[in-house]
Structures are given as structure tokens and as C-alpha cells.
Design a protein around this ligand. Structure first.
Ligand SMILES: [Ca+2]
Length: 251
């Protein structure tokens, strides 16, 4: 049973958002995974614009700026997603010496001191507790030396860390980017999860940059369609209230 069947209107919205960017390594080919493309949540970030949302940026552009949303549950859940930078993390339209467009991270080639920082990707879920959450990530990055440390982890609204995790081998794309797939399992399904990539030490003269971050999630077993429709509609109402409230706060 696909989420898209839950409610006719969701299906219509989803059809208008479909954007064909599958993973190079699809989750179902590598790790335990139940749903089919485009999955429940499927967020592809290439960073053509800064992913940091400006709270009063105006109506009509929900979700993470510049994100390609493809998942069947995204039209509802995207409203409260966000990305946050900490420390020296920065968005770059491009960086000298590389052909890539839209990067986030730390370019410290002109610096005299080490830098550090992190990015947090916050994704929301349907509040269905008796299930398991699986997360699949494919990310493209560039680091100036193999010994620039990277810390990659997921945390959730229950205060839990992943119960299972797998870090795939780092391979090199034709364009010269490092590419890796990562899989996490959270139990029970949280209200939200946050994926953090930390570059704690980028030495002077070095860099650590992310060109693309693509994440899919699924909540298993998938909720029965009747329950989902109920939760989905309640969720919509709830988000409606939340959005109205936040607009009132801004005014
Ligand atoms: Ca990019």
C-alpha cells in the first residue's frame, strides 16, 4: 500500500512534484528497505541556493529552499523541514578551482587558523509511534586531505541515536567528487529526526565541502491507508494552525 493512495488530493499534489533523480545506489539494492521509488520522504539538495530558510521570506515557498521534494509524504511534511548551519559552515555559489555549483561547508584555503562547523538537516514525520524509521543518504563531497575528520550522525525527537547504521564505501564519481551512501534505523519512529554532518577541524589551507545531499526515509510497517488518511488530514489541519500562528507571530 503506497502512501499516495491514502487520499486522492495527496496523489494529485505528488504527481505535480515528481522529479526524476533516483539514487545512484538505490536503498532497496543495498540494505533492508521496503518501499519503492519515490519512497515516503525523498529530499534532494544540490544547494543551488542557500538551504537556510528565512523565516519571513514570504508565503508560497514551503520546505527547504532549493530542495527537490519527490517523496509521497513530502507535500504534507515538507512544510516544517529546515536546514541549520553552526560554526563556520557557509553556503557557496561556487568555489575557485572547482567546476561545481552550489556547495555548503568550509573553504579554509585562505584562512590562517583551523575552522569547524556543522550542518543539521531537520525532517518531520507523521506521528505514528509503533513503527520503525529507515533513512537512506547519498552525499557528494570534497575534502582537501584524507585526514580531515568527518562526523556523521542522526538523532531524533525521542532523544535516541540510531539502533543500526551502515556507512558504505567512499567512491569517486566521474566528476571527481567523493560519493557515499549511509543507512540508519531509528526505533521507534520519531516525530522528527535530525541528520548532522560535522567537520570539527578544517585546517588552515584546507576545505571540506558538500556538493549534494540526497535523503530518503520510510516508516515501516507502512500505516494502514485509513489511519494514514486520518493522520494526514489531522496533520494538514495541525500544520495549518501552526503556520497561521507563526504568521501571527511575525506580524
Ligand atoms: Ca551542488
Amino acid at each position: 500500500m503506497r502512501w499516495v493512495h491514502a487520499c486522492g488530493i495527496f496523489g494529485t499534489i505528488v504527481a505535480s512534484l515528481v522529479y526524476a533523480s533516483p539514487f545512484e545506489w538505490a536503498p532497496e539494492d543495498y540494505k533492508p528497505w521496503s518501499t519503492e521509488f519515490p519512497y515516503q520522504r525523498n529530499v534532494d539538495l544540490t544547494f543551488q541556493v542557500t538551504p537556510i530558510r528565512i523565516p519571513d521570506g514570504g508565503p508560497g515557498d514551503p520546505g527547504i529552499p532549493g530542495a527537490h521534494y519527490e517523496g509521497t509524504a513530502d507535500p504534507i511534511l515538507m512544510l516544517s523541514d529546515f536546514v541549520e548551519f553552526q560554526g563556520d559552515f557557509t553556503w557557496y555559489d561556487s568555489v575557485s578551482g572547482f567546476p561545481f555549483q552550489g556547495l555548503i561547508g568550509i573553504d579554509n584555503r585562505n584562512g590562517n587558523l583551523p575552522k569547524g562547523g556543522s550542518v543539521v538537516f531537520h525532517l518531520d514525520n507523521f506521528p505514528i509511534p509503533n513503527t520503525e524509521k529507515k533513512i537512506w543518504i547519498e552525499w557528494d563531497f570534497l575534502i582537501s586531505a584524507a585526514n580531515v575528520p568527518i562526523s556523521f550522525y542522526v538523532s531524533d525527537s525521542n532523544g535516541n541515536l540510531a539502533v543500526e547504521q551502515w556507512f558504505g564505501p567512499i567512491r569517486t564519481t566521474q566528476e571527481g567528487l567523493s560519493r557515499q551512501n549511509i543507512w540508519f534505523v531509528l526505533k521507534p519512529n520519531p516525530i522528527w529526526e535530525e541528520i548532522t554532518i560535522l567537520f570539527p577541524f578544517v585546517p588552515a589551507g584546507g576545505y571540506a565541502l558538500i556538493d549534494r545531499f540526497h535523503v530518503a526515509t520510510e516508516c515501516i510497517p507502512e500505516p494502514a491507508s485509513g489511519l494514514l488518511a486520518l493522520v494526514g488530514c489531522a496533520g494538514l489541519a495541525w500544520f495549518g494552525v501552526r503556520r497561521r500562528r507563526s504568521r501571527e507571530l511575525l506580524n
